[in-house]
Design a protein around this ligand. Sequence first.
Ligand code: 13P
Length: 252
Amino acid sequence: MKPPLIVGNWKMHGTQTEAFALARHIRRGLKAIKGVEVVLAPPFTALAPVSQAIKGSGLRLGGQNVHWQTEGAFTGEISPKMLQELGCRFVIVGHSERRRLFKESDQLIANKMLASLRAGLRPILCVGETLEERRKGTMPRVITRQLRAALKGVRKSGIEKIEIAYEPVWAIGTGHNATPDQVSHAHCWIRKVLKELLGEKRGKRCRILYGGSVRPDNAAELGRALEVNGLLVGGASLRARDFLNIVHYFLA
Ligand code: 13P
């Protein structure tokens, strides 16, 4: 199995100066990064300074979003090639904030998955149900639809590069994380679907991260839930000490 993956999604937080300082702080707190992969995903404008701040440290850089074309008349968009040139190895695709606030469809997300893989980026595909969908008991159906659509065009060769993040919408930024039982249930379901879609061997190797109100005080128990291979951290990744405490649970 690959090492656990911990990703800090800074969302729309941090000027270049602030992001550089935060990245330096995190770097200083991680003498050796062993047995875990750690990714920082700052806003686009801060990718270059964060890249400088983490150079040679073993910390990795990720984008929060990407367009599916290499270039063109797409005002305000950023291409996979541009992220790659800035030193990104990862990119978050289909975050629920993108789906909900920016109306990203399953098809659009599928295009972004393919474009990211083509550029050599590792896409972190976010899936997850809303509170209403959970109450109606449709979580498995929603997640299956999201996975099936996003992975449809992905060739077998690209599958090794894909990461999945289960982020229940109701747990994001609310302070109410999913319980370890809820996480285990959802992750086991995702694993089952991945095996069906990708084949037993590949489906087993794909990392599944949990995200949604992860904090230092719940990271260890969430990390121990079934089929959890890492965490996608929002708010707590903006505080160096909190993020470092989360990463420390996973260091070898
Ligand atoms: P919070 O950790 O702030 O709930 O955000 C989770 C998230 O959306 C990470 O992508």
